[in-house]
Design a protein around this ligand. Structure first.
Ligand code: PMP
Length: 360
């Protein structure tokens, strides 16, 4: 069986060598006579797996000891509530930037726990551009400012890190984590659901500046309390051990690729190829202002929506899978995370050109 090119937004394609290694280690992890899946999370072996994964992530992203790295559960969505519960503290409100569907979900959830100020919105541009920072109505006394560096559904990505002074910056990096170099010391907290650039779904990586710990509301569920999770090495309860192990394999793979600098160069090239092709064609279109086009998620439409079904059928037949756009926006979307080889993007462009020639 040959592997397809899977353009799913998440769970997304994983590096083939990682899957092969997991297969080789499946029944007997390094002479232990058991799978990682069957290991006690308190065993020396698993603790070593867990610590190595954290260390590799710290190296890849350049995370200092001022930050705690947490391997939590419940996906990125659980953090939509954990963040206000942990960080509002004695402040009366938090600032949020609305750039699309994932920002909106974070905003809606935060509103259940406190006063939320939407200080900027991309709505006026149809979520095709990031509002000018000079127009953001930020509050210097906000508990934090939350934004979504890459909107997975809209394909809108920040090409800069907002400056928030002493207000902690909080970012949902689910679909951009480790895709390019980034100065993580600018952030108070970042979080990323694993199923795009890190590993299997369910796991969520949270990186939080230690001085922000210890402010959780007393009614915050224990499992969402960062201080508790940090104090227990992300093992307050049974962690998602196998996902954690796979994340560790992905981090090793990333290091072998040359880390995030090398990945960033490849990702920029992959994205540019695809956008260049879309822009030169009069059959395909992408609505995002070029500067803010996502390197990871490339939505595009066909000149005639009536051809969408045929386009997808032809793509499937060529092993180009999961190109259907999100149900809320329609059209197509190609997610081209770290593990999508450049050859996959080439194959997609080749097919798109062929389809436009025949049907355009
Ligand atoms: N934030 C962003 C930017 C996402 O892309 C997603 C998932 N697609 C989520 C949050 C939600 O993640 P999860 O399903 O892990 O809760």
């Amino acid at each position: 069986m040959s592997r397809a090119y899977n353009f799913c937004a998440g769970p997304a394609t994983l590096p083939e060598s990682v899957l092969q290694q997991a297969r080789e280690e499946m029944l007997d992890w390094r002479g232990t006579g058991m799978s990682v899946m069957e290991m006690s999370h308190r065993s020396d072996e698993f603790v070593e797996i867990a610590e190595n994964a954290e260390q590799d992530l710290r190296e890849l992203a350049g995370i200092s000891d001022d930050y705690a790295v947490l391997f939590m559960q419940g996906g990125a969505s659980s953090q939509f509530s954990a963040i206000p519960l942990n960080l509002l503290g004695d402040k009366s409100s938090a600032d949020y930037v609305n750039t699309g569907i994932w920002s909106k979900k974070a905003i809606a959830e935060a509103k259940r726990f406190g006063d939320v100020q939407v200080v900027a919105s991309a709505e006026a541009s149809g979520f095709a551009s990031i509002p000018d920072v000079a127009d953001w109505q930020t509050n210097p006394d906000a508990a934090y400012l939350h934004y979504t560096p890459n909107e997975t559904i809209g394909g809108l990505e920040f090409d800069f890190i907002p400056e928030t002074g002493s207000v902690p910056l909080v970012a949902d990096m689910s679909s951009t984590m480790l895709s390019r170099p980034m100065d993580f010391s600018r952030f108070g907290l970042i979080y990323a659901g694993a199923q795009k650039n890190i590993g299997p779904s369910g796991l969520v990586v949270v990186i939080v500046r230690k001085d922000l710990l210890g402010k959780a509301r007393k009614e915050a569920p224990t499992m969402l309390n960062y201080q508790v999770i940090a104090d227990n090495g992300s093992m307050y309860n049974t962690p998602a051990t196998y996902s954690w192990y796979l994340a560790g394999l992905v981090f090793k793979w990333l290091k072998a690729q040359g880390g995030v600098e090398a990945m960033g160069r490849i990702n920029e090239r992959k994205a540019r190829k695809l956008y260049d092709f879309i822009d030169t064609s009069d059959f395909y279109a992408n609505p995002i202002e070029p500067r803010f086009r996502s390197w990871m998620n490339v939505p595009f439409t066909l000149a005639d929506d009536a051809l969408n079904g045929d386009f997808l059928k032809g793509a499937d037949a060529r092993g180009l899978l999961n190109l259907k756009g999100h149900r809320s926006v329609g059209g197509m979307r190609a997610s081209i995370y770290n593990a999508m080889p450049e050859a996959g993007v080439d194959a997609l462009i080749h097919y798109m050109a062929e389809f436009a020639k025949e049907r355009g």
